[in-house]
Ligand binder design. Structure first.
Ligand code: ZN
Length: 704
């Protein structure tokens, strides 16, 4: 396996460094003197748009695309993505190639180009990468320049691959994705054609919806369009837009009722499969009630997300923070799969839901999925991906597995295993997460929503420009350092999220420790900020053993879940590198039970930290490892290419104790994550497996 990587000292890093150096020797200089303007577009306007009346207020407002820039490991990760499939897919994959219907051609004319752009646009502007910006611009220009006289946008009806679009209603869904592309592009460039094109399109759709109502995908994914409608309404104030949103709602599937009386409590059967049990639809539905609450003003719409997450966790939840769907609800077994589209759509839903509701637990969940399920399902150079990942994934090969509906190639790493939707849709994951790290709060404040090395540029109270540099190796380390650079001393609120797991968290401002820091909340710092003020956060990452399926256990540290490090052999089965298809076979045993005292995980686990390198999400690059004890369970065997049924814990075994290495889930390709418990052969009787893990704690600690 050859990995080609290009690591550059990014512009942002360079500017940040300069800003620090110059800041130290010449505090008080103007913004222009401190930092040269960048050579590529940034957010041209720092204007933040809040919900207008009559919408319910949103708790936070997303910053315009370009306000947050990745640094450190996050920038390297985005560069890996740009050097992998995202930066090159249009060069060889026909579905987003020059013959696409979204470029006027006769090729694919449905969702794939909009999906691709929904990730390419934010990646291009976050990296300020001229090559990628030029690629994205070509597509956006075509859509903006080819709106029909009646307001319709997009590819021609009934042309090209998947030419199922025989009527306008079949285009409602792919157009929803393109609207998200246009709003992001407008924020990054101030492109003047975007808003008029959207206005004409919504007028056109309003006229047609009675005759051409939402159907199929659009009926289940309508909230994604409401995001764009509200985006436009907050800019123009045209109240007829809210009538359009109400009409969409009236024609849509009722997700709130779906979860209020949840009927899918087990892995679904073929006969039960439908668009309601479909994993990606469910991930997109995470946001639906909260999005709608802005128009309905109904408190029960604001709280519905809790019922949704609780039902998904209880019946289909997995240790990596997401739920099983391969590609329908697949139950609690850690050998079931989760589709990549579901992972990135759940992330986007959580980012949007968080902005509306402002509840810290939603950002905890976002981090868990981002730092675990997202990186795990890519080949580490991001030139290949899986359709389905498994929490216990001991072999990736073309073989029939116990999926609900997916094909035999669903868990290999490839260009388009099983079906090409994820090949088109996967790109939005990392860039939208990076863009959502910071958001605006009311009265000109800023909130640190999720943590990763970054820089945010925004206007705060009194329209004063502020840059905040975030230096951290989180989630691999427990400290975050924020350095605040206002253009002039200014008083505003800086809110920092304290993760729910961070017992004993500390917040220090200019060396003075804050009191009343509560995990699971935002801590508010309001003061007059001066150039170079430093906030230091520490989130102690105690090891946590969480109860899982059949009495098994998963090990967590901070937002990271840990998995068995396995030997692996990659076998190319199709295609040409770098975009080939690969099977992955284990070269070391996997059928271990874990020796652990769930009430005191430190007793049998040792933490080893290593430098956060060029590719932190890889087996070799794992920046933190846990040294553990385990014993093999001979009767736990491979069944149909997957780890067989998880033996109920605790498990008796005569096998000797061995030393095991666990690494972050997101660093693995093959892994065991949910372990059966086995007794220690040495140590005090109180250290016997199972001690401290009661049925009650199992229920309350599962999937957090
Ligand atoms: Zn997919």
């Amino acid at each position: 396996m050859k990995t080609v990587l290009r690591f550059e000292m990014g512009k942002t890093l360079f500017f940040s460094f300069m800003l620090l150096v110059v800041g130290v020797i010449a505090a008080g200089q103007s913004e222009q003197e401190r930092e040269k303007p960048p050579t590529t577009p940034r957010a041209p306007s720092a204007q933040v748009y809040w919900n207008r009346p009559t919408l319910s207020p949103n708790a936070l407002a997303p910053l315009p695309l370009g306000s947050v820039k990745p640094r450190g490991w996050l920038r390297r990760q985005l560069q890996i993505q740009a050097d992998g499939l995202t930066g090159h897919l249009d060069e060889f994959w026909p579905d987003v190639g020059p013959n696409s219907g979204w470029l006027g051609g006769t090729g694919e004319s449905w969702e794939r180009a909009p999906y691709y752009l929904d990730g390419l646009v934010p990646l291009a502007f976050l990296l300020e990468d001229e090559r990628l910006i030029a690629k994205a611009k070509k597509w956006v220009d075509w859509t903006l320049a080819h709106q029909r006289a009646d307001g319709r946008i997009g590819a021609e009806l009934g042309k090209g691959k998947y030419a199922t679009a025989r009527q306008e209603s079949d285009t409602w869904w792919p157009n929803m994705v393109m609207l998200k592309v246009l709003t992001q592009y407008q924020e990054a460039t101030n492109e003047p054609r975007v808003i008029p094109v959207m206005e004409r399109y919504f007028d056109y759709q309003m006229k047609l919806l009675d005759r051409q109502p939402l159907n199929e995908w659009a009926e289940h994914r309508w909230a994604d369009e409401v995001l764009s409608i509200i985006w436009l309404y907050n800019r123009t104030g045209n109240r007829s837009l809210l009538d359009l949103a109400r009409k969409l709602h009236a024609q849509s599937y009722d997700w709130k009722a779906h979860f209020a009386d949840f009927k899918y409590k087990q892995k679904v059967t073929k006969a039960q499969e439908n668009l309601h049990s479909h994993g990606v639809n469910n991930a997109m539905a995470i946001k639906t009630s909260a999005v709608w609450s802005q128009i309905s003003g109904d408190e029960s719409d604001r709280t519905a997300v809790h019922q949704l997450l609780s039902e998904l966790d209880r019946y289909h939840g997995q240790a990596n923070g997401i739920f099983s769907c391969d590609e329908h609800y697949a139950g609690l077994d850690p050998a079931q799969g989760t589709e990549l589209c579901t992972v990135v759509e759940a992330m986007f839903s959580l980012e949007q839901t968080f902005a509306i509701l402002g509840e810290p637990m939603l950002a905890d969940r976002l981090e868990k999925i981002t730092f675990n399920a997202l990186p795990a399902t890519f080949k580490k150079d991001m030139w290949a991906h899986q359709y389905d990942q498994q929490v216990n994934q001991v072999m990736c090969s073309v073989a029939p597995r116990a999926w609900t509906s997916n094909g035999p190639d669903s868990n290999i790493f490839g260009l388009e295993p099983n079906f090409g939707c994820c090949t088109a849709n996967m790109h939005q994951g990392w860039p939208k997460f990076a863009a959502s790290l910071w958001m605006a709060t009311h009265e000109g404040g800023l909130a640190a929503v999720a943590y990763a090395p970054s820089r945010v540029d925004a206007r705060v109270r009194g329209d004063v420009e502020v840059a905040i540099l975030e230096d951290t190796d989180y989630p691999f380390r427990d400290t975050v350092r924020l350095t605040v650079y206002p253009a002039a001393p200014v008083r505003f609120r800086l809110q920092v999220r304290i993760p729910a797991w961070a017992q004993g968290a500390t917040v220090t401002v200019q060396g003075t420790q804050e009191t009343n820091v509560k995990p699971g909340s935002f801590h508010t710092l309001e003061r007059e900020w001066k150039y170079g003020d430093v906030v230091e956060l520490r989130f102690p990452m105690a090891l946590r053993a969480t109860g899982q399926y059949r009495g098994g256990v998963a090990v967590n540290r901070g937002p990271l879940v840990f998995s068995l490090l396995m030997g692996e052999e990659w076998k190319q089965i199709k295609g040409e590198p770098p975009h080939a298809d690969w099977e992955v076979y284990p070269t070391t045993p996997w059928n271990y039970g874990l020796v652990i005292d769930p009430g005191n995980p430190d007793r049998f686990l040792t933490v080893k930290e290593r430098q956060v390198g060029e590719m932190p999400f890889s087996p070799d690059g794992a920046p933190v490892r846990l040294i553990a004890k385990g014993r093999r369970i001979p009767e736990w065997k491979l069944v149909a290419g997957s780890a067989g049924p998880l033996p109920p814990s605790p498990v008796r075994t005569q096998e000797p104790e061995e030393t095991l290495t666990l690494i972050p889930y997101g660093c693995t390709n093959l892994r065991v994550t949910v372990f059966p418990l086995v007794p220690a052969t040495t140590g005090p009787p109180s250290a016997q497996a199972g001690v401290g893990l009661t049925a009650a704690t199992l229920h309350t600690t599962r999937i957090r």
